[in-house]
Design a protein. Structure first.
Length: 292
């Protein structure tokens, strides 16, 4: 009898324990479901907060725009020559570096290299290899407040103070319709003024022992007006070569020793084609120090 009693009592105990365990498991499942629901709600709230909307839709483009400080863009819209904002932004076609038009034109008066990367832009006429960048200039005017208005006012005051007519802005001319495939017309940004009608080639023929130290002429191709005289050419040589005042400059064209008062146009007409080489008026110069 004892074993049977102990065994009969153990069954209800095991049964109750199983019921309690099963009920505990069900409670745990309910708690897990509740936790999952809470997590899903938190994820949805995070998503709504992240995109700034309650219905799960994205914000508009205006709401997502980021304000940019002008100083972040300054390195891209500054001229490396004058350190100011681009005015008439002009790009060198050889290396695609951009400068103010007046800055790069002035730079090419004494050098044919890019002031930023030192590449040779053109051996004789670097101004042929520059182009206006109108899109970049429009961007600069939109970024810098009142820059365009200030520039127009300065130009207007400049011409008025000197009694000159204020140039009118260029108006694009309509292109007549043409048959067949349209062709893209490329216009030159920089045109050489008609008054600069003479191109000269300055060739060095030597110097005597008393000429002293002097700098070699870096740019021997020069475009000037035909009204310029040999005296002007001599002044140009003295300035560029840093010559001593006691040093005499003799300028020769062909077999003729030229005088200070002679103009380049007269020399070309008198001497003729024998003085011209590939469209250039060839002038030879030598440095002499006369004995006392």
């Amino acid at each position: 009898g004892a074993p049977s009693c102990s065994g009969s009592r153990s069954l209800p105990f095991e049964f109750e324990r199983g019921r309690s365990e099963s009920s505990g498991d069900e409670d745990d499942d309910d708690e897990d479901d509740e936790e999952e629901e809470v997590e899903e709600e938190e994820m949805e709230s995070d998503t709504r907060a992240r995109f700034g909307t309650d219905d799960g839709e994205l914000d508009s483009d205006d709401d997502r725009e980021r304000m940019i400080n002008l100083t972040e863009l300054t390195p891209y819209i500054l001229c490396s020559i004058c350190k100011g904002y681009f005015i008439d932004a002009t790009t060198i076609t050889e290396c695609l570096h951009t400068f103010c038009k007046s800055c790069i034109v002035r730079h090419f008066y004494y050098s044919n290299r890019c002031p930023k990367c030192n590449i040779v832009v053109h051996q004789t006429q670097p101004l042929y290899n520059i182009r206006l960048d109108r899109q970049l200039q429009d961007i600069v005017y939109k970024l810098v407040v009142n820059l365009e208005e200030r520039e127009k006012k300065q130009m207007h005051d400049f011409y008025k103070e000197r009694g000159l007519e204020v140039p009118k802005p260029a108006v694009p001319q309509p292109v007549p319709p043409s048959r067949g495939r349209p062709r893209k017309v490329l216009g030159s940004v920089f045109r050489i003024p008609p008054e600069l009608d003479i191109s000269i080639l300055l060739e060095f023929i030597g110097a005597n022992e008393g000429a002293g130290n002097f700098k070699p002429l870096e740019k021997k191709f020069v475009r000037v007006s035909g009204e310029a005289t040999i005296g002007h050419v001599e002044k140009f040589l003295r300035r560029k070569m840093d010559l001593d005042p006691a040093c005499q400059v003799d300028i020769i064209c062909g077999d003729h020793l030229l005088e200070h008062y002679q103009t380049l146009r007269e020399i070309r007409q008198v001497i003729g084609e024998s003085a011209v080489q590939d469209g250039l008026l060839v002038l030879h110069y030598g440095l002499v120090v006369s004995p006392l």
